[in-house]
Design a protein around this ligand. Structure first.
Ligand SMILES: Nc1ncnc2c1ncn2[C@@H]1O[C@H](COP(=O)(O)OP(=O)(O)OP(=O)(O)O)[C@@H](O)[C@H]1O
Length: 829
């Protein structure tokens, strides 16, 4: 029987409407032949065609729902097997109709549902079929009620509200008992709840917690025949329906307990989860706080460090400022001393300058007179020199004219020489350029020839290599193709032959069977026909014989009384018998005809079968021929490709030979070409070289003659220059004497002036004489070190006026130190 599991408990009829019709066609029946004709006596023919049936049960409104006046959501039409769902979409009222295999309205009773829908299924189970009934629907729609209902009365009978499970149990045991069957029954109880399978027959302690339950794992598996089995469930032997009921009651209690346990476990899990979440959240916030604290601590540390650095910087700057102030104080003291000395010096200088002014005036008068004398002397000397220089100028003009003439002649000669030289050099350049271009073009030609040859060789080799590669890859591909084709053809050939062999075997065996069968049946029919014919004729003969005997006996007995009537009667009866025998014979012949017709039909059938068979044999033959042809074609293709391959190989060999010949030919040609080009170029270069040598010797001779001419002209010019230089020397000597006398006069004047100025400056004019008088020291307000320390003020707080004064005094001292005595006055001189 099918396993009565807790799933079964909640797994029978549908309680809620489904959105689509459920008239599921039955694609196949699993054991149609093995069942008797009455195996599903309770089920309609249509039901028998269904593997899966969907039934809908609609429960009535509960008392609470009625009290609350809740409207019914669906309307059932049991006869039409339809359910109408009323919906209001917006302001529209929409009715949606769904069709099921069976529909049970709110008034339908447990018993009628069981009898109509479940009882046939249980009967199938008892015949050895696997069947499942399960309930599906929303919570509170009546699944438990439909599956379980009430289990049993106190008297042990089934109550009216007993559901599918107790009724199925009862039917199973009643049937088995009625059959006096020898049976044993095992039950398993399991529950699939929240995707977890629980063995409800397992010992109590295993149900307590998830950990205990997981000690004995239960798994869903396929048994290899497409059925799902639950492995690891406890099995219990049962011998009566009551045992199952009490087991069910026990299990239900367990289920309730387990439910409670499960719910508490779930609650605990949820609590732990929420606590964990809280902990996590707390941890996260603490972590964040810690992070914030860390950041703040870092910031505080950095600001503290910055402040410390600032304080130390400030202290350093303050110390340096105080040092500066101290230094300034010392400087100020020195400066005040210097200023007092400087003021004394300035007073002395003012006095001296007043005295010197009168001396300077006298010196000015004296100096003016001396300078006038000097001017006169220089004037006379200059005029004399001018005259002498004019003489020199005239002489130089004549000299220059002569020189110009000789220069012109020389220039003309040099120009001529230059022209000749330029033309010659141009010729030379042209020749050289021609030579150069020729040589370069030759070189280019040689290079291009060489490179062309090299490229040709390289190209040739590359082409040869590519071709050889192509040929080799062609060979390889073709060989691969051959291999593939060979394998494919062999496989196809074998497959085709196998297929044709198998099908021919099958067909021939089927045909042989059919023909044998037909022959057997025909012969049976013939013998039957003959037997029946013989039997019938025998019976007829017997009947006729019997009738004749009876008729003669009766005739003899009633001959006297009713001779006339009897004779008529006998004739009538004879007629009747004759007619009857005719009729019988006719029917017999009719039957024979029919049988013969049947026989001929059978023979026709046989002949058509034979024809079909021969056709099939022809087809097989054709197929075989096709296969043979195709294989022959493949063989030919293979041979062709092999020939192609061989040709390719031969071609590649020829190509390689060509490549070799080409290489040797190319090498020979190349060498010959290069040698010939080189020889011609060498001869041309020799000719050019000879020409260049002749041109250069001509040019050398011409240049030599012109250079000789030039040398002679230069010598003449030199002789002329010598005469002129003698004359210039004498004139120069005279002017030198005059200049000497002037220099002597001028020197005397100068010495006179210098004597005078020396007398003025060193004897009459007194400068920088030491007074040996200590300058008056004026009181300057210099701050003490203590006051500086006490104030600790920055440098810019010092008296800016004092600083400015000091700066200006310093500048003045610096200027005075670098000034020469009477610089302004001496600068005029
Ligand atoms: N056909 C019916 N006639 C009378 N009462 C019914 C019928 N079907 C269900 N009820 C009542 O409706 C209520 C809910 O039914 P039931 O407990 O069987 O629903 P359920 O689908 O098993 O719910 P759950 O999925 O929550 O277990 C029960 O009180 C049951 O007695």
């Amino acid at each position: 029987m099918g396993s009565l599991t807790p799933d079964f408990r909640k797994s029978v009829s549908t309680m809620a409407p489904s959105p689509a019709p459920f008239l599921t066609p039955r694609p196949e029946r699993r054991r149609p032949d093995s069942r008797g004709s009455d195996w599903n006596y309770n089920r309609s023919d249509k039901d028998k065609e269904m593997n899966v049936q969907v039934l809908l049960r609609c429960r009535p409104l509960t008392d609470d729902e009625q009290r609350l006046n809740m409207p019914s959501a669906i309307t059932c039409n049991d006869s039409k097997r339809e359910v109408t769902v009323s919906q209001t979409v917006g302001s529209k009222h929409v009715d949606r109709v769904f069709t099921f295999d069976k529909v049970f309205g709110p008034k339908s009773q447990q018993r009628s549902i069981y009898d109509q829908a479940i009882s046939p299924i249980v009967a199938e189970v008892l015949e050895g079929f696997n069947c499942t009934v399960f309930a599906y629907g929303q919570t509170g729609t009546g699944k438990t009620y439909t599956m379980e209902g009430g289990m049993r009365n106190k008297s042990g009978d089934l109550p009216i509200e007993a559901g599918i499970i107790p009724r199925a149990v009862r039917q199973i045991f009643d049937t088995l008992e009625a059959q006096n069957a020898d049976y044993s029954m095992k039950v398993t109880f399991s529950e699939l709840y929240n995707e977890e399978i629980t063995d409800l027959l397992a010992p109590e302690d295993q149900l307590k917690s998830t950990e205990d339950r997981s000690k004995k794992p239960i798994s869903l598996m396929e048994d290899g025949k497409g059925l799902v089995v639950v492995r690891g469930l406890e099995e219990e032997m049962v011998y009566s329906a009551d045992e199952i009921y009490s087991l069910l009651e026990r299990v239900m209690q367990k289920v309730d307990k387990f439910r409670e346990l499960y719910l508490t476990e779930q609650d605990e899990k949820l609590n732990i989860k929420s606590e964990l979440k809280d902990c996590k959240r707390n941890l996260e916030t603490t972590h964040k706080l810690l992070e914030d604290l860390k950041d703040k601590y870092k910031m505080a540390l950095s600001t503290l460090k910055e402040k410390e650095a600032l304080i130390s910087k400030l202290q350093n700057s303050e110390n340096s400022l105080i040092n500066c102030a101290k230094q300034l104080q010392v400087n100020l003291q020195d400066a005040s001393q210097d200023i007092s000395t400087l003021f004394g010096k300035i007073d002395r200088k003012d006095k001296l300058e007043k005295e010197n002014q009168s001396i300077l005036l006298a010196f000015e008068v004296q100096l003016g007179k001396s300078l006038k004398d000097l001017h006169e002397i220089i004037k006379s000397s200059v005029s004399q020199q001018e005259r002498q220089l004019r003489c020199v100028e005239e002489y130089i003009t004549t000299f220059l004219a002569n020189k110009y003439k000789s220069n012109e002649a020389m220039e003309a000669k040099v120009k001529k020489l230059l022209e000749i030289y330029t033309t010659e050099s141009l010729d030379m350049k042209k020749v050289t350029y021609a030579l150069k271009t020729k040589a370069s073009s030759d070189l280019d030609e040689i290079t291009s020839v060489m490179s062309a040859q090299t490229i040709a060789v390289e190209n040739f080799f590359q082409n040869a290599a590519l071709e050889s590669k192509e040929v080799l890859s062609d060979i390889q591909n073709s060989l691969n193709e051959q291999k593939r084709m060979l394998a494919f053809s062999a496989q196809q050939h074998t497959e085709g032959l196998n297929k044709s062999l198998v099908s021919a075997q099958v067909i021939s065996s089927a045909a042989i069977n059919i023909s044998n069968d037909l022959h057997r049946r025909a012969s049976e029919l013939m013998t039957l026909l003959e037997q029946s014919h013989a039997e019938k004729s025998l019976r007829l003969q017997n009947f006729e014989q019997m009738f004749k005997e009876e008729a003669s006996r009766e005739e003899k007995l009633a001959m006297d009384q009713i001779a006339a009537i009897l004779s008529t009667l006998t004739s009538k009866r004879t007629d009747m018998v004759y007619k009857a025998s005719r009729c019988f014979e006719e029917s017999n012949t009719e039957e024979s005809k029919k049988l013969l017709q049947e026989l001929s039909n059978m023979q026709n059938l046989l002949s058509s079968e034979v024809r079909d068979l021969s056709e099939y044999a022809e087809k097989v033959k054709d197929h075989y021929m096709e296969e043979t042809f195709s294989s022959a074609e493949r063989v030919v293709a293979m041979e062709n490709s092999l020939v192609e391959c061989a040709e390719n190989v031969e071609r590649s060999g020829r190509q390689w030979q060509n490549a070799q010949l080409g290489t040797t030919h190319l090498a020979k040609n190349n060498l010959h070409d290069i040698t010939s080009v080189m020889q011609t170029k060498i001869i041309e270069t020799h000719g050019m070289h000879d020409y260049l040598a002749s041109v250069s010797s001509c040019m050398d001779a011409e240049v030599d003659s012109h250079v000789n001419d030039l040398m002679m002209a230069t010598n003449e010019s030199l002789a002329l220059d010598k005469g002129h230089s003698k004359e210039i020397n004498t004139i120069t000597l005279a002017s030198l004497d005059q200049l000497n006398s002037m220099r002597v006069n001028h020197g005397e004047c100068i010495s006179h002036i210098s004597n005078r100025s020396e007398q003025c400056i060193h004897k009459e004019y007194l400068v920088e004489q030491k007074t040996n008088v200590t300058p008056k020291k004026r009181a300057t307000a210099v701050p003490s070190l203590e006051s500086i320390e006490a104030m600790r003020t920055p440098v810019h707080d010092l008296n800016s006026k004092t600083k400015l004064k000091l700066d200006s005094a310093d500048n003045k001292i610096m200027q005075d130190q670098h000034r020469n005595p009477f610089q302004d006055v001496n600068g005029v001189i």
